[in-house]
Ligand binder design. Structure first.
Ligand code: HPA
Length: 242
């Protein structure tokens, strides 16, 4: 069974045939919301809305540890994380899909590891390639087979939020090598790695990053937003058909 973590604009999966919901208790507190189990294209999946139902949790308020722990506890074989991002690189305009291949973490103060506390040995998780290659390949194939062009590869910068970046901050991220910017990719990806849970990221560009084409806003214009959700759904359906 695969897990899907839905981001902004994706608090529910419209194509999911829901079978049941389950609240999971975790040693790290409450997950963002109950897990939703169901069938997508005939395959079992479990879905969680990262920001909770009704988008009530800001990026720094999300209990990433509880979410990843809860999914791992269900025995999932991998996680497809959906996230909206700002586009920094010229070929990443609003509406474009991106499957990044690396991460730079600029967040701070988030509970970002399972390996802390007196009763836990320190483990230094390997993270040179933060995403699972096999799962990325499946995502990339699904994107192509569902007829959607997207950018393969790119560096995802994770900022703290909830405010958007200044234009100067985006220039700094660009100099660092970042191509897209979001607020929720970390520590989620690292926590999945700590649990040896294959994790891949499907990013949908909602806006140009600050200074890259007008005032940045994380709001989609209505057309891009509706189309984006549809495109993400069809990529997920394709992925699960194999
Ligand atoms: N910056 C950070 N996070 C985002 C953005 C952005 O421009 N758009 C969507 N998530």
């Amino acid at each position: 069974m695969l897990a899907i973590i839905g981001g902004s604009g994706l608090a529910q999966l419209p194509v999911l045939e829901v079978t049941h919901r389950q609240v999971v208790r975790t040693p790290y507190g409450d997950a963002s919301c109950a897990l939703t189990f169901g069938l997508l294209n005939g395959q079992n999946v479990v879905f969680i809305a990262r920001h909770g139902y009704g988008h009530s949790l800001a990026p720094h308020e999300i209990n990433y540890r509880a979410n990843i722990w809860a999914l791992h506890d269900q025995g999932v074989k991998g996680v497809i994380a959906i996230g909206t991002v700002g586009g920094i690189r010229p070929d990443m305009p609003p509406g474009r899909l991106v499957v990044p291949d690396n991460i730079i973490d600029y967040t701070w103060g988030r509970k970002h590891t399972f390996f802390e506390g007196l009763d836990r040995p320190v483990v230094h998780a390997e993270f040179s390639s933060p995403y699972d290659e096999a799962l990325r390949e499946r995502l990339i194939r699904a994107m192509a087979d569902s007829g959607h062009s997207g950018v393969v590869g790119g560096v995802y910068a994770c900022t703290q939020g909830p405010r958007l970046e200044s234009a100067a901050e985006i220039l700094k991220l660009e100099r660092d090598g970042a191509d897209i910017v979001g607020m929720t990719g970390m520590p989620e990806a690292a926590l999945a790695r700590e649990m040896n849970l294959p994790y891949a990221h499907l990013c949908l560009v909602s806006n140009w990053a600050a200074g890259k084409g007008g005032a940045a806003t994380v709001e989609f214009d209505a057309t891009t937003g509706a189309m984006g959700v549809e495109v993400v759904m069809s990529v997920l359906a394709e992925l699960l058909s194999k």
